[in-house]
Design a protein around this ligand. Structure first.
Ligand SMILES: Nc1ncnc2c1ncn2[C@@H]1O[C@H](COP(=O)(O)OP(=O)(O)OP(=O)(O)O)[C@@H](O)[C@H]1O
Ligand SMILES: [Mg+2]
Length: 195
């Protein structure tokens, strides 16, 4: 399966999502994370060799394709329309992470319009959801009112995600009382994809 993580906004959790979905898919079959972002955030995350899957640059991935069953592609923020078209054509599924923030939701609606024109298979993922506020619920209601596909599972706002990235590990391997709920949320997304 070929899954791309993309969004018109930066900082919405694309790389965090790519890393944790790659970890989930790796538990099912050999999975390669392709870092297609010039910032190389996923490659940097993997530098200490503590991730349970391999990360390659786009150029480096070509020779590795045969070895893997699943591919998760982390893309850069704000792709041009043409780039989005390429990403959509090359993928079985596009995941659009968005926080409940209204500016991020606005950008998501714009991305969705482009993707609908391209007849791409996409699904929105709510990220950085602060359980202490109603923002997540309101964003979900808004997405549903617009008849857009959204994962039932959503990713909680947890400092442990940031700490895990600093340590070069996935959240499951970062010692924190809330790590388990963070990992469960991405496992939930993975299960929905494979269901
Ligand atoms: N669920 C979360 N809870 C708390 N912090 C998070 C969560 N997801 C991501 N972050 C943090 O938010 C920041 C941006 O996340 P990330 O790098 O995954 O986003 P991105 O969309 O890939 O950004 P960019 O556009 O720069 O590539 C990082 O510091 C990351 O650790
Ligand atoms: Mg990123």
């Amino acid at each position: 399966m070929y899954i791309a993580i993309t969004a018109l906004k930066g900082g919405v959790g694309k790389t965090t999502t790519a890393i944790h979905l790659a970890a989930y898919f790796q538990t099912k079959a050999p999975t390669l994370l392709i870092d297609a972002d010039r910032n190389r955030s996923a490659i940097i995350w993997s530098r200490e060799d503590k991730l349970p899957f391999f990360v390659a640059s786009q150029a480096g991935a070509t020779s590795l394709i045969k070895k893997y069953t699943h591919f998760i592609v982390d893309t850069k923020a704000r792709p041009e329309q043409e780039e989005l078209k390429d990403i959509a054509e090359g993928s079985d599924l596009l995941i659009i992470p968005t926080t409940p923030n209204h500016l991020d939701i606005d950008a998501t609606l714009k991305a969705v319009e482009l993707l609908q024109d391209l007849k791409a298979n996409f699904k929105i993922l709510l990220t950085k959801v602060d359980g202490r506020t109603k923002n997540g619920r309101e964003a979900r209601d808004f997405i549903k009112e617009n008849n857009l596909p959204v994962f039932k599972s959503e990713i909680p706002l947890l400092v442990a995600f940031e700490r895990a990235s600093q340590k070069g590990v996935i959240i499951k391997d970062y010692s924190d009382p809330r790590s388990k709920s963070g990992w469960l949320s991405y496992q939930g997304v993975g299960k929905e994809i494979l269901a």
